[in-house]
Design a protein around this ligand. Structure first.
Ligand code: ADP
Ligand code: MG
Length: 311
């Protein structure tokens, strides 16, 4: 089967860790071993990934160095994170494949995603990014052009940016050609670098972030994939998550998933976009969108684990 695999942020960097190069390498190697297993089973794989923790580190590093180096806009930070994570995946996966005796090349594509400048998200930036600030620091930063700061916890502020819907992956043809040629492509990291496209095709980076699960769905459409495989740190999506009534979901239709989404079972910042991406993919010609863990992925592809959203 042709799979688009979306790796969650914690497949690379875990919350609460320092985020050393060694830690990130170890997590990526673990993820790569599982993905190599899917390739060894004969699946054609393309990969996308989150970048929240890495962009957070890049932003913090910039803050610390601002006396001597100019601040960079978010699109450039996103590009930096795609290179960093893509490199780690590319190397770890090629090593894992070589060990498994599978001869496939892995290539990372710096990817831009077109968004609509009229997207309502631009009217209400609400995706927190970067470090936490005290009230005094927040006041000092509030005059930076294009900055909105929210008090996310009492006395703790963070920058918030718009999270518009992904409309189109700029590099989708390159992605398709590379994948058809047999390359395992790592693309659209962090949802892709958000850009606007003028009528004449001119592209410009914007200060926003795109949800990686929603772009993963577009990538699966662009590649005509059979399955959108969203791998995260839970084995399935559930109803009544984190309550004594928790009920894991197995195979459900897009219509059922939509009803549960409307009932509020899947929050915006975490499970919501995963379920939404699977519903859209199932409705645009995909066979299934699957939400599961790295470890359960092979069994989920056989219908024996995970949450599977079908047309
Ligand atoms: P990723 O980095 O993989 O995108 P997220 O943290 O964004 O991961 O989303 C996964 C998290 O969603 C899980 O760790 C889980 O705690 C949370 N979650 C929220 N609602 C649900 C639900 N209904 N079913 C399962 N997990 C849920
Ligand atoms: Mg997420």
């Amino acid at each position: 089967m042709k799979l688009v695999v979306a790796l969650g942020g914690n497949a690379i960097l875990r919350r609460g860790e320092q985020g050393t190069a060694e830690e990130q390498r170890t997590h990526v190697e673990y993820a790569a071993a599982h993905i190599a297993g899917l390739v060894a089973l004969g699946h054609q794989v393309a990969i996308t990934h989150g970048n929240g923790p890495q962009v957070g580190d890049i932003l913090l590093r910039m803050e610390c160095a601002q006396e001597i180096l100019p601040l960079m806009p978010l699109d450039i930070c996103g590009a930096e994170s795609q290179g960093l994570i893509g490199y780690l995946i590319q190397q770890a996966l090629e090593n894992a494949l070589r060990r498994a005796g599978v001869h496939r090349r892995v290539i990372t594509l710096v990817t831009q995603t077109v968004i609509d400048p009229a997207d309502p998200a631009f009217g209400r930036p609400e995706k927190p990014i970067g470090p936490f600030y005290t009230r005094e620091e927040a006041m000092a930063h509030s005059d930076r052009p294009g900055w909105t700061l929210h008090e996310v916890e009492p006395g703790r502020f963070r920058r918030v940016v718009p999270s518009p819907e992904p409309v189109r992956i700029v590099e989708q043809n390159s992605l398709r050609i590379l994948s058809d040629e047999g390359f395992i492509v790592v693309a659209a990291g962090g949802g892709g670098i958000p850009v606007t496209a003028d009528a004449d095709g001119t592209l410009r980076g914007v200060e926003a972030v795109i949800d990686k699960d929603l772009t993963a769905g577009l990538m699966a459409d662009a590649l005509d994939a059979d399955v959108l495989l969203i791998l995260t740190d839970v084995p399935h999506a559930s109803l009544f998550h984190d309550t004594p009534q928790e009920e894991p979901l197995g195979r459900i239709t897009a219509a059922e998933a939509e009803r549960y989404l409307a009932e509020g079972h899947f929050p915006e910042g975490s499970m919501g976009p995963k379920v939404k991406a699977c519903i859209r993919f199932a409705r645009s010609g995909g066979k299934a969108g699957i939400i599961t863990s790295l470890e359960d992925a092979p069994r989920a592809l056989q219908g024996l684990a995970g949450t599977c959203i079908t047309p």
